[in-house]
Design a binder for this molecule. Structure first.
Ligand code: FAD
Length: 452
C-alpha cells in the first residue's frame, strides 16, 4: 500500500494543515515527521526560549496526532539526508510539506527535485502566510518595499482561503525516532524557564484558547494596543511562529460575528497580521535579512565598539532608563515583550548606545519565544533605519517621553522595575540627549554614502 511522509516544520498543528490533509486524502498510511535540523545550509539554530517552546509544542502535537491515530516521528539531522533515508525505510511514495520562505527554501527545492527524480510524488503547500510572497508584487513586478500599498494589494486579491478542518482520523504509520526528552530542548542547570511556564501554554489548544480570550476581551481594547500595562494585544506571536494556529484560522475567527467594540478594531488587528506577511515578503526577497542591511548605504554606518558593560546592562535591564529596563526584564522573565517597548529598547540599543542592530537581533533571537526569522530581522532593521519601509534614522525614540505617553501611571514600569524609586536604582548609563546627537552625527556617514 502507498504510504506518504508529511514533514512538519513551522506548522505544528493538525487542523488547517494542507500537507497533512493532502497525505490523508491520498490514501494509505501516513508518517508524520519533525526534524531537528541545525545542519542544512540556511537553517539557524533556535535560541534558548524557542527551544523551550518547541519542546512544549512538539509534545502537544504528538498528543493531538495520537488522538487521531498517528504518531509523531522525531529525527535529527540534515533534511537532505534524513528525509531520503526515511523514504527508503518506509517505502513511502509521496512526501508533503508546507512551504518555508527563508534561505532554507533552497534545501526544500533541492530535496523536491531529488525525490521527484526518484519517482516520488512531492508537493508543497502554502500554510503559514495568507498571501504567497511572489503573488504580491508592485506594478513593476518588484516586491513592495512599503507596507501600506503592500497590504492594500494583499486585500485587493480577495479573502484568503478558508481554513481546512481537523482530519477525522489518520491512518498513521509509526516509525522509530528520537525521544523528545533526549533532544535537551529544556533548560536544566539553571532552569530559567519558570517565567515562561507561568506565561504560556505551547500547542494548538493553548493557541486557540489565547485566540478566544483575545477575541472575547482584548480585541475591544486593541485601539489601546500601545499601552504595555494593558492586555490589549493578542499574544499570539509564538503560536503563529510555530504554526500552532494558522493566520487563516485567525482571519476566519475574526470574520465571525463580533461585538461592536471588537469589530471596530478588526481591520487594525488584521493589518498587524499584515506586518507579519510583509516581513516574510521581505525575507523571501532577501534571505540574508538577519545579517545584511536591506539598504546598502547602511554598510557605511559607523557602529560604535560594543561596550560589554553597556550591552550587559541592556540585556539585564539595568540601564537606569526605566522603560528600557522594564522591557528587557519582561523579555527575560516571560520570553515576550510588548511591541511598543520592543521599539523603545531597540532604538535605545542602536541609537543611544550605537550598537549594531545585529547584536540586538541576536539577543532577541535567543530570548524571545516568538523569535521569527522574518519579523525579528525586519523589525530590527525597521528600528535601525536600515530596513524596508523603515522608521527614518533620525527618529530616535525618547524612552522618557514614550513612558509618559504610553505608561503615564508607570504601571508597566513598576511591575518590572519595582525598585525604581530606591537609591539603588542606577542613573542612566548614557546621557540620552548627548547620545542622540552623536547618533545623528553618525548617520551623516549613511547620508554621504547614499548621495551620488
Ligand atoms: P498583536 O498586536 O496581537 O498582533 C497580532 C500578530 O500580528 C502578532 O502575533 C504577530 O504575528 C503579528 N505582528 C504584530 N505586529 C507585528 C510587526 N510589527 N511585525 C511583524 N508581525 C507583527 N514579532 C514576531 O512575531 N517575532 C519576532 O521575533 C519579533 N521581533 C521583533 C523585534 C523588534 C525589535 C520589534 C520592534 C518587533 C518585533 N516583532 C516580532 C513584532 C511585534 O513586536 C510582535 O509580533 C508583537 O509584539 C507580538 O505580540 P502580539 O501577538 O500580542 O501582537
Amino acid at each position: 500500500m502507498n504510504s506518504s511522509i508529511v514533514w512538519l516544520r513551522d506548522d505544528l498543528r493538525v487542523a488547517d494543515n494542507p500537507a497533512l490533509t493532502a497525505a490523508i486524502e491520498r490514501g494509505g498510511r501516513v508518517v508524520v515527521v519533525y526534524l531537528l535540523d541545525e545542519e542544512s545550509p540556511g537553517s539557524r539554530p533556535l535560541g534558548g526560549a524557542s527551544r523551550w517552546w518547541l519542546h512544549g509544542s512538539l509534545s502537544a502535537l504528538a498528543d493531538d496526532l495520537a488522538d487521531l491515530g498517528a504518531s509523531l516521528t522525531l529525527r535529527r539531522g540534515a533534511a537532505g539526508t534524513v528525509i531520503p533515508s526515511l523514504v527508503a525505510e518506509t517505502g513511502a511514495t509521496a512526501v508533503f510539506w508546507n512551504r518555508r520562505y527563508g534561505a532554507v527554501r533552497d534545501v526544500d527545492a533541492a530535496l523536491k527535485s531529488r525525490l521527484t527524480d526518484l519517482g516520488l510524488v512531492v508537493s508543497s503547500f502554502g500554510a503559514s502566510l495568507l498571501y504567497e510572497p511572489w503573488r504580491i508584487t508592485s506594478g513593476s513586478g518588484e516586491p513592495y518595499r512599503v507596507f501600506t500599498p503592500f497590504w492594500r494589494a494583499c486585500l485587493a486579491t480577495g479573502d484568503p482561503r478558508p481554513p481546512l478542518p481537523t482530519p477525522a482520523s489518520i491512518e498513521g504509520l509509526a516509525v522509530d525516532g528520537d525521544a523528545l526528552d533526549d533532544w535537551g530542548l529544556l533548560p536544566t542547570r539553571p532552569d530559567w524557564a519558570e517565567g515562561l511556564r507561568a506565561s504560556w501554554v505551547p500547542g494548538s489548544e493553548g493557541a486557540h484558547d489565547r485566540l478566544e480570550q483575545f477575541v472575547e476581551h482584548g480585541l475591544a481594547l486593541y485601539h489601546r494596543r500601545d499601552e504595555p500595562a494593558l492586555e490589549a494585544t493578542s499574544r499570539l506571536s509564538p503560536h503563529l511562529r510555530f504554526g500552532e494556529v494558522s493566520p487563516h484560522q485567525v482571519w476566519s475567527r475574526l470574520h465571525e460575528p463580533l461585538a461592536p467594540e471588537a469589530q471596530a478594531n478588526r481591520a487594525k488587528f488584521l493589518s498587524e497580521i499584515g506586518w507579519r506577511e510583509f516581513s516574510y515578503t521581505i525575507l523571501f526577497a532577501r534571505p540574508d535579512l538577519a545579517t545584511a542591511n536591506y539598504r546598502p548605504e547602511f554598510d557605511a554606518f559607523p557602529w560604535g565598539d560594543t561596550e560589554p558593560e553597556h550591552l550587559a546592562a541592556w540585556q539585564q535591564g539595568r540601564t537606569g532608563v526605566p522603560m528600557v529596563d522594564a522591557g528587557m526584564r519582561e523579555l527575560w522573565s516571560s520570553g515576550w515583550m510588548h511591541n511598543r517597548v520592543r521599539m523603545i529598547v531597540a532604538s535605545f540599543l542602536t541609537k543611544n548606545l550605537l550598537v549594531d542592530w545585529r547584536v540586538g537581533e541576536a539577543w532577541f533571537w535567543d530570548t524571545l519565544v516568538d523569535a521569527d526569522e522574518a519579523s525579528n530581522a525586519a523589525s530590527w532593521q525597521w528600528v535601525a533605519g536600515s530596513g524596508a519601509d523603515a522608521a527614518p534614522y533620525f527618529r530616535v525614540f525618547n524612552p522618557m517621553l514614550q513612558a509618559q505617553k504610553f505608561d503615564p501611571e508607570s504601571e508597566y514600569v513598576r511591575r518590572w522595575v519595582p525598585e525604581i524609586d530606591s537609591p539603588d536604582y542606577p542613573t542612566p548609563i548614557v546621557d540620552l540627549a548627548a547620545s542622540r546627537t552623536e547618533a545623528l552625527a553618525a548617520y551623516d556617514a549613511v547620508k554621504a554614502a547614499k548621495s551620488p
